[in-house]
Design a protein around this ligand. Structure first.
Ligand code: NAD
Ligand code: NAG
Length: 492
């Protein structure tokens, strides 16, 4: 299987860099000065270390991948300086990573995955392809005959096994997802040497609002440095330059209350470092469009949910907790305002991403002196346009799971969440026909069905028998509870 081959390649690279270190050690201290006995001792130590490295890699591959992935985000709350240091080291470590890739077989796999299967198909590099949105977009592109090459660093911000399962799903459909970090500029150059990608769908990022307080540097590494790395190769190395579509976030609207959120509303009050890095990304996009004529489209996603979703998001871990009988925590807004989220179903978001790719327009190389005019710089909301109280989301889950949640309600700490989100999608509707069609009831039903199947639970889902047409939430159903408590646990 190609995906497994790629995984092995990365492991080999780890061995190789370990070996190189030992070799250096040997060169530095091996010599005539060293007495015979200490020479023996040294060899024994080297052997023992190699053995340990081997055993360790065998038994704890996830630990190793976590330490590797620190260069690009992830890692569970490791000390901030560690990720900062590896961010600085990323240029040196990237060389060995790139060196491990290659060989005729590997290049063939890459080309095959990226090759469109239909006339006029596009060739897309999808970053964050083992992520939630990346997996769905890759599948959709593949299904319609486009070429897709995926890339992901499989960091352990949430269960890497879920990312591996998505990678296997993609491998079954002929999409290769490389184990690689977007900060590995040399690898990116190599990929663009191999494949004339027409598009980049850049979804790799450190997501999550609250985790930014624990691991701020991973946000800078992936969402700022990583974004620059992708723009750099597209601007200066790729020939022809691809068009880029990338994920910003509704979180850039920060503390805005003027609903629905439109693209021209102010975005200068981010409520979290996550939001700030996405806002920074939008400014950086402007620069690369302005100087290098890159066609860039930013998509502001609004709380995306669905099958194969993210375990760090409220709808996901609430489901887990309700199933296992654990209490869930809902946050009450300090001012008592009703907390709502514009929950957007994954299939709707995928349609938006493909629509943005298909209308993206060409990169021009530079803004001035081209008859074709400047390259497009666009930004769009992709939301559902109907915010729902988080308490109602919980009520729907309770119905689907046939089990009451054990709710604990506390006052919301100031941790990056915002009171509500609500998208105005007029521009996306106008420019590429974006029209969300999935209600929260219908979408959560799909999610819970997947959840039960994926975790092999023995659970009846009573509401699955509901007619498929019952998509629009009826205001009377099930939200019986008075909404004196507002919940704000959804993340963006
Ligand atoms: N899901 C949402 O509700 C939502 C809302 C707003 C914005 N977004 C944005 O959409 C994009 C996709 O989100 P998602 O929900 O699929 O998240 P996700 O975490 O499931 O996917 C992101 C993927 O990128 C990978 N990654 C992270 N840093 C990397 C790096 N340095 N190099 C290579 N790979 C790296 C991760 O391993 C992960 O698989 C992200 O940019 C996110 O910020 C998501
Ligand atoms: C949505 O955005 C469009 C375009 O910016 C604007 O014309 C329209 O008034 C907005 N709708 C609402 C309800 O604010």
């Amino acid at each position: 299987m190609p995906a497994d081959a790629a995984a092995k390649g990365m492991k080999l690279e780890r061995y190789a860099s370990g070996g190189a270190m030992l070799l250096l050690l040997r060169r530095a201290s091996g010599g005539k000065i060293v007495s015979a006995s200490s020479h023996l001792l040294f060899r024994a130590t080297v052997l023992a270390t190699l053995g340990l490295v081997f055993l360790f890699t065998f038994h704890y591959p996830s630990l190793l991948s976590r330490s590797f992935s620190l260069s690009g985000g992830g890692g569970d709350g490791g000390p901030a300086h560690a990720s900062h240091r590896s961010l600085l080291m990323s240029s040196s470590s990237s060389y060995s990573a790139s060196a491990a890739y290659g060989g005729a077989a590997w290049e063939k796999e890459v080309r095959k995955s990226a090759k469109p299967r239909k006339d006029g198909g596009i060739a897309v590099l999808v970053t964050g392809a083992a992520g939630f949105v990346g997996t769905h977009c890759s599948l959709a592109l593949r299904a319609r005959g486009d070429g897709v090459l995926g890339l992901d660093n499989f960091n352990s911000y949430y269960d890497p096994e879920l990312k591996r399962a998505r990678q296997r799903l993609l491998a079954d459909r002929g999409v290769l997802v490389l184990d690689a970090d977007i900060n590995d500029g040399l690898l990116l150059e190599k990929l663009f040497d191999l494949v004339p990608f027409t598009h980049v769908l850049h979804l790799a990022a450190q997501a999550g609002v609250r985790y930014a307080m624990e691991a701020p540097q991973t946000y800078v590494a992936s969402n700022v440095a990583g974004l620059v790395s992708v723009f750099e190769v597209a601007a200066k190395h790729a020939d022809p330059q691809p068009a880029i579509v990338w994920a910003s976030s509704s979180s850039v609207y920060g503390l805005n209350t003027d609903a629905p959120f439109s693209e021209d509303h102010r975005t200068d009050r981010p409520a979290s470092l996550y939001a700030a890095t996405k806002k920074a990304g939008e400014a950086i996009a402007h620069t690369y469009n302005h100087i290098y004529g890159l066609s860039i489209t930013g998509l502001r996603f609004f709380t995306v949910y669905g099958p194969w979703g993210r375990p760090d998001m409220a709808y996901f871990f609430f489901t887990k907790s309700i199933v296992s009988g654990e209490p869930i925590t809902l946050f009450r807004a300090a001012d008592g305002a009703d907390a709502r989220r514009d929950f957007t179903y994954i299939d709707d978001v995928v349609k938006g991403c493909l629509g943005a790719l298909d209308t993206s327009g060409k990169s021009t190389g530079s803004k001035s002196g081209k008859k074709s005019g400047p390259a497009p710089l666009r930004v769009y909301n992709l939301g559902n346009t109907s915010p729902v109280p988080v308490t109602r989301m919980v009520a729907i889950l309770e119905k689907l799971l046939g089990k009451k949640a054990n709710k604990r309600i506390v006052t919301m700490p100031s941790n990056g969440d915002v009171p509500f989100t609500h998208a105005n999608v007029t521009h996306a509707a106008h420019d590429f026909g974006y029209r969300p069609t999935t209600s929260l009831d219908a979408g959560l039903r799909h999610f819970v069905t997947w959840f039960v199947d994926y975790y092999k639970l023995k659970l009846d889902i009573p509401k699955l028998t509901k007619p498929a047409g019952a998509d629009k939430p009826s205001s009377s159903s099930s939200s019986s509870k008075k909404k004196k408590a507002t919940a704000m646990a959804a993340s963006s």
